[in-house]
Design a protein around this ligand. Structure first.
Ligand code: SF4
Ligand code: SF4
Length: 423
C-alpha cells in the first residue's frame, strides 16, 4: 500500500528559517461571505442546544452548544448561524463546525456583544481562550496545575516558519504589554521568551528574560528549551505543564494587549502560507475564514491528491478539506502538489539505524515501531521508551524505508493515553 507523506516539501531543511530583514506587513484577507468556527465539542442530540440554525449572532458573542458546555467560540462578526457540521481530527476526536453568515450591514454598537475586559482569571477563562494565538487560560486556571514559568515562543518551533519571529519583531511592544497583563492575571512569577540566537532585532523585551535558541532543529521544541535553558529534564510521559512550565505563542500576548487597549475582542490571525512553488505569503485572516478563501486569494489551486498541511513540515498534520477554517492556533499552512509529495510505503524496516542515530532523546525507534504496528502500546512504552519521544519527526524524515514513524508514534501515544484513561 502506498501512502502519501507529510514530507518532501520542495526543499526541506533541518535548520530553522530566519526572519527576513524586510518586515513585509501581512496581507489582509477580507472577511468572507461565510465563516466556519471550530468548536471543540461534539453535538449531542440528546441535549437541548443553546444555539440553532437561523439564529442571529452579534459580533463577539460567546457561542457554546449547551448550558453545561465549557468549550466556546466568539463570533468574529454579526450575522446568523447557517448551520452545523461535524469535524473529526486525525485521532478521531470529534468537534463541531459552526457555520456563520456575516451580515456586513450590521456594524452598529447594538450588533456587538457586551465585552468588558477584566484583569482576572475568571474573565480570561470565559472570554479570552479563543484569541488569535490561543492563550491557554483554562490550563493556567486549573487548580491541579501550578505554572511557575511561562515561556513565550518567539522562536518558531518548526522549520520553514518565521511567524513567531515576525510577531516578536514587528509587535515587540505589544508582546511586552501582553506579558505584563498575563503576569497580573495569572500571578506566574517568571516569564521568558525564546529568540533565535541569530535573529538580529532591535526589539526590546524589557525585563523578560531572553532564551537564545540554536538554529538547529529541534532546539526550540518545549522539551529542548527546558533542557537547554531552564535546566529541567522532561520525564517520560510528562508534559511541560506537569513540570510547571507553560509555552505560549507571542501572538497570544499581542492579542491580549489589543483586547485591553481597545476593550474589544480581536479575531485577526496571522498565518504564513507556503504555496506549491515554495513561496511564502504572510497574511491576516479572521478566525473562521475557510482556507479555500485564502488559497483563492493567492491563486493556489487544489487538485485531486494535493496535500494541505496545517503546521510545519516536520510536525504538521494534513487536512482533508480546503474548507477547514483558520483557528486561533494556526500559524502555518503548506500546500504540496501531488507530484512533489514523497511516497510512503509499507516496505519493512531495513535496520539502517538512521532513526535511532538522529533521535534527540535516544528512543529506539526501529523497535518501538514494531510494537506500534502490532497495536502493542503498553509494551512500546514499558520496554522501548515510547513516552520519551518529544515528537520532532526527525525519525520519519530520515527513514530509508519511508515508514511513517512520526504518525505511528503520535497515534501510539494517543492510544496509550486512551487506554490508561479507560483503565
Ligand atoms: S519523533 Fe522520532 S526522532 Fe523525534 S523524539 Fe520522537 S522518536 Fe525521536
Ligand atoms: S530509519 Fe526506518 S528503515 Fe532505518 S532502522 Fe529506522 S525504521 Fe528501520
Amino acid at each position: 500500500m502506498i501512502k502519501r507523506s507529510f514530507f518532501a516539501l520542495s526543499k526541506p531543511r533541518l535548520t530553522y528559517d530566519l526572519l527576513d530583514a524586510d518586515l513585509k506587513a501581512p496581507e489582509t484577507i477580507p472577511v468572507p461571505g461565510s465563516l466556519t468556527l471550530l468548536l471543540p465539542e461534539a453535538i449531542d442530540s440528546t441535549k437541548k442546544a443553546l444555539i440553532t440554525q437561523g439564529g442571529a449572532v452579534k459580533k463577539g458573542e460567546k457561542l457554546k452548544l449547551y448550558e453545561d458546555s465549557t468549550a466556546y467560540v466568539l463570533s468574529p462578526c454579526a450575522g446568523s448561524i447557517r448551520g452545523f457540521d461535524s469535524y473529526s481530527d486525525d485521532f478521531g476526536n470529534t468537534a463541531t463546525y459552526i457555520l456563520i453568515k456575516p451580515d456586513p450591514t450590521k456594524t452598529g454598537a447594538e450588533d456587538s456583544a457586551e465585552f468588558k475586559p477584566a484583569e482576572d482569571l475568571e474573565f480570561a477563562v470565559n472570554y479570552l481562550g479563543q484569541l488569535p494565538g490561543a492563550l491557554p487560560f483554562a490550563l493556567l486556571a486549573d487548580e491541579n496545575t501550578t505554572i511557575k514559568t511561562i515561556v513565550i515562543t518567539g522562536a518558531d518551533t518548526d522549520i520553514l516558519s518565521d511567524a513567531c519571529q515576525y510577531v516578536c519583531t514587528a509587535y515587540a511592544d505589544e508582546v511586552v504589554e501582553g506579558s505584563r497583563l498575563l503576569k497580573r492575571i495569572t500571578q506566574v512569577p517568571k516569564i521568558c521568551i525564546t529568540l533565535p540566537e541569530k535573529l538580529e532585532t532591535q526589539a526590546n523585551f524589557g525585563a523578560i528574560q531572553a532564551l537564545k535558541t540554536s538554529e538547529v532543529y529541534p532546539a526550540t521544541l518545549p522539551a529542548m528549551v527546558m533542557k537547554d535553558h531552564l535546566d529541567m529534564v522532561l520525564p517520560a510521559g510528562k508534559t511541560p505543564e506537569d513540570m510547571g512550565v507553560c509555552f505560549i505563542r507571542a501572538e497570544a500576548l499581542v492579542s491580549l494587549a489589543r483586547v485591553f487597549k481597545t476593550e474589544q475582542p480581536v479575531f485577526e490571525k496571522i498565518v504564513t502560507l507556503i504555496d506549491k512553488a515554495g513561496n511564502k505569503h504572510r497574511l491576516t485572516a479572521a478566525i473562521g475564514t475557510p482556507l479555500s478563501k485564502i488559497l483563492a486569494r493567492f491563486n493556489v489551486h487544489i487538485n485531486d491528491q494535493d496535500r494541505i498541511i496545517i503546521g510545519g513540515p516536520m510536525r504538521g498534520f494534513a487536512t482533508f478539506t480546503p474548507h477547514h477554517p483558520v483557528t486561533p492556533e494556526m500559524d502555518m499552512v503548506i500546500v504540496q502538489d501531488k507530484d512533489t509529495v514523497a511516497e510512503l510505503s509499507d516496505t519493512p524496516c531495513v535496520n539502517c539505524g538512521e532513526c535511532v542515530r538522529i533521535c534527540p532523546v535516544n528512543v529506539p525507534v526501529n523497535l518501538v515501531v514494531r510494537y506500534l504496528e502490532a497495536d502493542e502500546y503498553e509494551e512500546a512504552a514499558d520496554k522501548f521508551d515510547l513516552e520519551s519521544c518529544i515528537e520532532c519527526g526527525l525519525c520519519a524524515f530520515v527513514c530509508k524505508a519511508r515508514i511513517p514513524l512520526y504518525q505511528y508514534i503520535r497515534l501510539g501515544k494517543h492510544e496509550l493515553h486512551a487506554l490508561r484513561a479507560d483503565a
